[in-house]
Each structure stands twice: as structure tokens, then as C-alpha cells.
Design a protein around this ligand. Sequence first.
Ligand code: SF4
Length: 226
Amino acid sequence: MKPVILDNIPFQPTPEAIQQVLDTKLGRRSADALEEFLEEGRGIAKPKAIYRLAFVDEKGEDYVEIEGKKFQSRILRQNLEDVHRVFFYVATCGQELNAWKKSQEDDLEEYYADAVNGMALDVARDYLITHLQKQYGLGQTSTMNPGSLEDWPLGEQRGVFALLGDTEKAIGVRLLDSLLMHPAKTISGIRYPSESSFASCQLCARANCPNRQALYDAEEYAQRFS
Ligand code: SF4
């Protein structure tokens, strides 16, 4: 299947929403000034996503092959036990907002702009999930991201990007030699139907991670790797 681009994603953050994200007082900015700043960001923001529907060709003990690409991960293999169709994706805040952030000369404004970038990424991700659910009649879905677990390292990003084609031309996202993505507020991964929800964080023991989405489950970790 050909990749599908989602580049008309609405983005309307309110000062209250950004305040929640920053989890601070307004600091030296008044609410009016923050609203003015956000208005500028809103006018610039173009969050985007790209995805590709793909079918599982083969499953081994600790790998899956999808559309001719081999993905080496025991957990991914386990999670796709009853799954035959998956969605590779990249979602991003967009180059426009990233450039706007970089153009800020004031440290505090750059900090706010970074938070707006993060919110735009969240909006792009949520829009993509809703789109997939509606478009393909999916129930509950889960996701895995290369690099989030030792079991599925960052190098596997190459396979995800190879299946999505020219992401730079499509949505302005580049996979760097370091395997990081540009813009920084970008995520990539594989989304799949699942009866129970799964988040990589359940199998990641990293302490004090600001992005944790689920509690570490030592019992499940032991079961999966026994
Ligand atoms: S806890 Fe943090 S580092 Fe670990 S998988 Fe979750 S987001 Fe990634």
C-alpha cells in the first residue's frame, strides 16, 4: 500500500493548555502576552503525519518480516502474535514550528515555543490514531517505537523509514545518520490492533522518565524474557 499523508491537522492550543504542559505559573509573562505568543505559533504550525498500511509476511521466534523488511524484536514478535496488518507511521510537529522555535532569541520564549512544538506533536499523534481507527474500523490499538526498548533498538528506525518512502518530501522529516529524527519533536513507530493496551514503558525500568506513559511491570518483563 502507498503511504498516506495527513497534513491538514487542526491545531488550536489555548494558553490554559500550554500552562498545563509547562506546569508553572505564568512567570514574567502576562496571560495576554502568552496569548499573543501562542497566536503567532498557531499561525505557523502545520503538524503532520504519514502512515502506511502493511501486512505481516512471516514470523520467527524473535523477529517479524513485514513487506520484505525484517524487524528484530522478541517483544514486537510477541505483540503481533495474532496480528496480520499493521501501520507504520511518523508524526511530527512540523518543520515550520521547529524553525519558529529556533528563531526565538529569548530563552523563556524558546522554552514556551518548545512546549508548543511538543503539543503540536501530541495533536499530530492523536489525529493519526483517530484517523486510523475511523478509516480502518479498528478497536483498541497499541504502538511500539524503535529505540524505546533494548529489545527493539533505534537502528530499526531504518526499516520504518524505508517503508514510508521519502518522508522529507512528504512531511519534512529526515532520519539523521545518528538515527535521531529532525525535527526533534517527531515520533515514529508501528501501530497495530491489540486486545490489551501495550506501552513500551511497561517493560522499561528507566527511573524518573518525564515521558513515561505506563508503570514499569517487572512481572511482565520477567515473563516476556524468560
Ligand atoms: S519510560 Fe521513558 S525511556 Fe522508557 S520506554 Fe517509556 S518513554 Fe521511553
